[in-house]
Structures are given as C-alpha cells and as structure tokens.
Design a protein around this ligand. Structure first.
Ligand code: PA5
Length: 462
C-alpha cells in the first residue's frame, strides 16, 4: 500500500505558527471524518450524487468489454489517437506516461511487444494538430474520441477534422478506425455514433470527467496499449477497502484532506503543490491540478452562502523544479503545503561511473542516480522544514499499475473528503460550463444567439 508521511506538517517540527497539532486535530475531527466517510459510502449508489466513480473498480462488465475490444483489435493498428480534453484526457495521459516504458512512441514494435503507439490531442493548437496528423498514418490509427457531454467544442472540432481525413483516406471503411466514449444516451457524439455505426463505450452516469479515469475513459486506452487492467483494478479495490475505514488514524485520504483543509483555513496556506520525484509521474500532477481545482474552487457553499473558496493546486517535478521553484517555496510567502511523491524502488538502477575521480564531481562516481534522486527529495524536505514549511510525503513502493491506481484513487477520495470539509459541491463545475457556453455562442451554435449578442457587447468593453 502507498504510504503518507505528514510529520512535517506538525507544530513539533515546523513550529506553532505554521504547523498543526496533528494528534489533537485528528481527535477533534474524528467524528466529523467518520461521518463524512460513512455518508460518502452510503450516498455512492444513489443517483445524482456523482459518486459512481467510487464503484468503478467493481464494474466487471465494462472491464470485460474493454479487454474484449482490445483483444479484438490487437495487431490491427500501429497508433491509438485519443481526442479529448480535461477529465477526458488528463487521467489517460497521467497513467500511460507512468506505466508505459519511457519514450514509448519512439520504441520499435518489438520493444512495445507489438502494442501500438499512443497520442493524445488535448488542445486545439492548429500547428500541433496539423503536425501530428502529418506524421500519423490514419489508415493504421484507431481514433478514440472521448467526451462525456458529446459536444465539447475542442474535442468535437478535432474529431470533425480527423473523421473527414479518415473518410477521405479510407473510403467507406473508415468507421472501423473510430471508437467513441461518451454518455450512454445523450449528447451529439452519441447521436452521431448511432447514425454512423461507430463502436462505442460509455462514460457512466454520475461520474464527472475528472473522476472518470477508471471508467472506459481511461481503461480503454490503457487496454489498447497493452497495460495490465487487472493490476490497475486490484490497486483501486485495495485502496477503496482501506479508505472505507472511518478512523482518521487509519485513513490516509482523510488525513491528507484534513491537513490541507486546516492548513488553508487555520494557517492561511491555500496553495497545494504536487511534486513527484519521478519523471514517469510528472503528469499525475496535471491530473491532480484539475481534480483539486475544479472540485474545490467554488463560489457558494452547500447552504448557498458566498464563500469563494478553494486551495490552488500547483504542479512541480522533482528534482527538476528544485532549480526553478524551490527558492520561492523556501523563502517566499509561507502559504503552501508541498506534497512530495517518492518512489522507493525504480525499475532500473543506474550507476554513475567512477570517472573524473580527482575532481570536485568525483564523489558521485559509484553512487546511483536512484540514490541521487531520493537524496534530493530528502534534502529538499529537510530544507523546507528548516524554513518551517509544511510538507507531506507520499511513498509508492514502485511505479506500477497497482501503486499508480492506488495513488489516483486515494487522491480522488481525498478530494471528495476535502469537499465535504469545505461544505461545497465537489462534483459540479459551473465555472467551466460558463466559458464553454460563451465559446458556443462565439462560434455560432444554435440556441446561443442571445448569449452571443450579450458577449459581443461585453467584449467591446472587457
Ligand atoms: O472534469 C470535467 O468535468 C471537465 O474537465 C471535463 O472533463 C471537460 O470539460 C471535458 O468535457 P467532456 O468530457 O464533456 O468533453
């Protein structure tokens, strides 16, 4: 199981002004936390609670269909192209970057065990889309278009470009190169898929985009590139079981949620940095940023009061960002909680050769890069505590499907518990929808004419 070390948030280590009396706070919040966990587990099966993500590890049917489809198309495609944005892309990127061999797309088919390369288009930069489409042989590409709403302008415009190109290159046969992941019944992509006869997978009801990584949104691309789905599912299930424990002393998601909440509300530290010391986990930070920001940044609480709350998430990478952000974290405003992710055992051990022995870098010879990266994580943590800065260390035994699934699921539960502590709706995103609607209006979507006129007026002044 992954481990959480919160020692460096305690007032014994970083002083009363910046630290918490952790044992006291855990005792103070024991009942509240137990109530939150019990309540989340009670509500999770009810419709419109947006908690169906807590059941994804047990969705045998989807897991079976995903594996079945992946085995049917195995060997037929050289590339997987995923079209999606936000919650429809970030989990897929985070997990494939973590679990596939590094530089996957540059490996030979043999080095990839015959599995396809994978590309994500999660933006609408005309240069990068054109660039990618100019190097991909679409005849050998399976396109997985993912959108829960079925209408997101970024994803659907990419899809229209790719579908048009596919049809021109493949003729009537192009449909077998498309698989759509979208809502079961509603949305334009569902309608198009039925008309056109695409293979489809479902984004289940009551699973928001940022909580959808373990639905077909993530599982399908993972299976298509040969990742071990069972290992991932076992990680989710074991973590889910551990996080059903209502005792805060035993529940790491509750501990981290409470510490972040108290650091924000009592100590004025409302920035949450996610800093893995592992390049393979780099995109977990991007995924976490969306999860934390969209879930907790809200203007109203559940009682309708104006609150305008939300800790701001920040992504960083160890050791790289020691040479970019740590100066600020050590000496700038003491307004952050820094989450380190540490890997106990890397897949490879890389020794530094005994050369330049009689120079100032001779001491590195004979050590390993593994020792160096973890020494850097340790020294940064200690330096931050010298400056009385709170840090938390999450340790993974290794970067594999089991541990990465645990990490992501733990962070999802942590976010849900934090939302309850803030007393806000964790699962809506009216602020995102507003910008989406403005885009529809600006681009001339039917039904948005009034908005378009109001927008034109605003744009003249803003
Ligand atoms: O978490 C969310 O709900 C959002 O980030 C969505 O995932 C994102 O806006 C994409 O939406 P959709 O999947 O409907 O295209």
């Amino acid at each position: 199981m992954i481990k959480l070390n919160y020692k460096n948030t305690d007032e014994m280590v970083i002083g009363k002004e910046n630290g918490l009396n952790i044992q006291q706070e855990f005792a103070n919040y024991k009942d509240t936390i137990a109530q939150i966990i019990t309540d989340l587990n009670k509500r999770k099966d009810k419709p419109e609670q947006w908690l169906q993500w807590m059941n994804l590890g047990y969705n045998e049917e989807t897991i079976w269909y995903v594996k079945e489809f992946a085995s049917m198309v195995k060997g037929k495609f050289e590339n997987i192209l995923v079209l999606g944005i936000g919650g429809s892309a970030l989990g897929g990127i985070a997990v494939t970057e973590a679990l596939l061999k590094p530089y996957w797309n540059l490996l030979t088919p043999e080095q990839r065990n015959g599995n396809p390369r994978i590309f994500f288009l999660d933006n609408i930069d005309p240069d990068s889309i054109t660039g990618l489409l100019s190097i991909l042989d679409l005849k050998k590409t399976l396109v997985n278009v993912i959108t829960k709403s079925g209408s997101t302008a970024e994803t659907m415009s990419q899809f229209m470009i790719v579908k048009d190109k596919l049809e021109k290159e493949l003729g009537a046969d192009y449909r077998k190169n498309i698989v759509a992941t979208t809502d079961k019944k509603t949305g334009i992509l569902r309608q198009i898929s039925e008309q056109e006869g695409y293979k489809t997978f479902v984004v289940p009801d009551d699973v928001g985009g940022r909580f959808s990584v373990f639905s077909a949104v993530g599982l399908l691309p993972f299976a298509l590139v040969g990742l071990d789905i069972d290992e991932i599912i076992n990680g989710i299930k074991d973590m889910d079981l551990a996080l059903k424990n209502t005792d805060i002393n035993e529940n790491i998601a509750a501990q981290n949620a409470l510490i972040h909440y108290l650091m924000d509300t009592k100590k004025g530290k409302n920035l949450s940095v996610m800093m893995p010391y592992s390049s393979r986990l780099k995109y977990v930070s991007d995924w976490y940023v969306q999860l934390w920001a969209e879930s907790l940044g809200k203007n109203k609480d559940k009682n309708g009061n104006d609150v305008h709350i939300g800790p701001t998430p920040i992504k960083a990478l160890g050791a790289t960002d020691q040479h970019s952000q740590i100066q600020l974290y050590n000496e700038g405003p003491n307004d952050k909680v820094i989450n380190f992710i540490r890997v106990a055992e890397f897949d490879k051990t890389l020794e530094i050769p005994h050369i330049f022995e009689y120079t100032g870098i001779g001491y590195l010879g004979g050590k390993t890069i593994n020792q160096l990266i973890n020494a850097e994580a340790d020294s940064t943590r200690v330096a931050l505590s010298d400056y009385n800065r709170p840090t938390i260390t999450i340790t993974l035994d290794r970067v594999d499907g089991y541990n990465v699934a645990q990490l992501l699921y733990m962070l999802e539960v942590q976010t849900a518990i934090a939302g309850e502590l803030y007393n806000i709706n964790t699962f809506n995103q009216p602020g995102v929808e507003q910008a989406k609607n403005y885009t529809y209006a600006l681009m001339g979507r039917a039904g948005y004419e009034e908005s378009a006129m109001a927008l034109q007026e605003k744009m003249a002044t803003v």
